[in-house]
Design a protein around this ligand. Structure first.
Ligand code: C2O
Ligand code: CU
Ligand code: CU
Length: 470
């Protein structure tokens, strides 16, 4: 492991104290306030089979200092953190105790879109149970993914009521000793729009058009949790923007964010950032190095609650010996030039009849891709298993659309046609601009989805069906 350029994150003065073992780290992290809600879910583990019991139910919960009547996975908002390793079989025994149908989508996982795997065509009715089972490939990128419902027309509503949980795939990143030993903190950002009594408010007209935005922005279901860091030590953050429409830009006072994973998984090299943007649905993993004077430092989510921090990094008393950080992480090969380039023009149609008390759907507002709103009975795009394609999302509209594709991760392609050596599953088509991504359709034939991750846009039609054929 090379150490170039890392000295600046390592304190130069003497640091004393025991180096904590991984076990100790994990224990102290779990005991901290950050994971007080949405604890890790204990798996029943037999060999490579990791089995979880998951229930979605409606309940009253404390959220951001208020009471809200929310939708929770296993009783918490956000849901518990679920961990698997590349090569594991993930089995989820799911029970729907909600008053409406729902399902599970394993956002970002390279998994079959069919059968009882990551099949968003499945529906689980109220009171029903279903077993989801996914073989996580042994070469699956390690990274932070997530689980949320995927019911066309109701996705924004269900996610914005709280149904979201991080899913961490262990692999290459954990094998890097400095990273594997760092204590971990998961930060899930969600916004809520509750009425005076605590019931979620459904957006009307323009607010559905823009995507629902809640004034109550929470981290792990609370406000401003503490992220403990030992002087000289590292902390590894799993960041998830589980808001249905809001974009956040994260800035940490006095500390660069050292990104080790993008939405699709581990990066090939460490990236030092002053700020990190997360579109709706996006994740990242960053390291923070405890090189500042002991104290408290604000992690601000610009776009969140004005002026209030999303979390606070707080130095603990006992220092640890500083560790240098690795520059090289997990190799990522860039995809070869594409067999085919496709264009997707993002559009919106605003029809007459918008007005007070009418929802966007009632007024006939639709969001479209290549002029068409989603139709579950239509295949929009057919590709060949094994092919590499470039998809360009062209956005003539006045607002950004974060575009997401299921089943296979992609790489961003720049203006000269070069792919970025990093996996992602969300790419933002900026207002009046375009974004191009490259992907290879590997392993899994079947029908799957691509859509805008502003979930009201997805619900209002900005989604298409991709069929991967052999
Ligand atoms: Cu996170 Cu199809 O979505
Ligand atoms: Cu997804
Ligand atoms: Cu959109």
């Amino acid at each position: 492991m090379k150490e170039t350029g890392l000295r600046r994150w390592v304190p130069t003065c003497g640091v004393f104290g025991m180096k904590l073992s991984r076990r100790h780290f994990v224990t102290s992290t779990l005991a901290g306030s950050v994971l007080a809600r949405g604890q890790r879910l204990r798996a029943e583990n037999a060999g490579n089979l990791v089995e979880f019991h998951l229930e979605a139910a409606e309940k009253w919960l404390a959220v951001g200092g208020r009471q809200g009547f929310l939708y929770a996975y296993n009783g918490t908002v956000p849901g518990p953190l679920l961990e698997v390793s590349a090569g594991d079989t993930l089995r989820v025994q799911f029970r729907n105790s909600l008053p409406e149908e729902t399902n599970l989508h394993f956002h970002g996982l390279h998994a079959p879109p069919s059968g009882n795997a990551d099949n968003s065509f499945l529906m689980v009715g109220p009171g029903e149970t279903r077993v989801y089972q996914i073989e996580v490939p042994a070469n699956h990128p390690s990274g932070t993914f997530w689980i949320h419902p995927h019911i066309h027309g109701k996705t924004a509503r269900q996610v914005s009521r709280g149904l979201a949980m991080p899913l961490v795939v262990r692999g290459g990143l954990e094998q890097i000793p400095e990273i594997g030993m760092a204590p971990e903190v998961s930060l899930v950002i969600q916004d809520f729009n509750l009425d005076a009594a605590g019931y979620p408010v459904e957006p009307q007209g323009m607010s559905a058009m823009q995507g629902r935005q809640g004034g109550l922005v929470t981290t792990n279901g609370g406000l401003n949790p503490t992220i403990p860091i030992a002087p000289g030590g590292l902390v590894r953050l799993h960041l998830l923007n589980a808001s249905s429409s809001k974009f956040y830009t994260l800035v940490l006072e006095g500390h660069p964010l050292l990104q080790v994973a993008s939405s699709g998984g581990a990066l090939p090299t460490l990236r030092q950032l002053d700020r990190l943007s997360l579109a709706p649905g996006e994740r990242a993993q960053v390291l923070v190095s405890g090189v500042q004077r002991p104290g408290s430092y604000r992690l601000t989510a610009l776009g969140g609650n004005m002026g209030s921090p999303a979390a606070t990094l707080t130095y603990t008393e006992s220092a640890v010996a500083a560790t240098a950080l690795p520059e090289q992480l997990v190799p990522v090969h860039t995809l070869p030039p594409p067999e085919r380039v496709r264009s997707f023009v993002l559009g919106e149609s605003m029809s007459r009849g918008m007005g007070m008390g009418r929802t966007a759907a009632m007024s006939g507002t639709q969001f479209t891709i290549n002029g068409l709103a989603f139709d579950p009975a239509r295949v929009d795009t057919t590709v060949k298993l094994g092919d590499v394609e470039d998809w360009e999302f062209i956005n003539p509209s006045m607002m950004a659309h974060p575009m997401h594709i299921h089943t296979n991760p992609f790489q961003l392609v720049d203006g000269s046609g070069n792919a970025e050596a990093a996996w992602r599953d969300i790419a933002v088509a900026p207002a009046g601009g375009r974004v191009r991504v490259r992907m290879q359709f590997l392993d899994y034939p079947g029908k799957t989805f691509y859509h805008c991750h502003i979930l009201d846009h997805e619900d209002l039609g900005m989604m298409g069906i991709l069929e991967i054929v052999e």
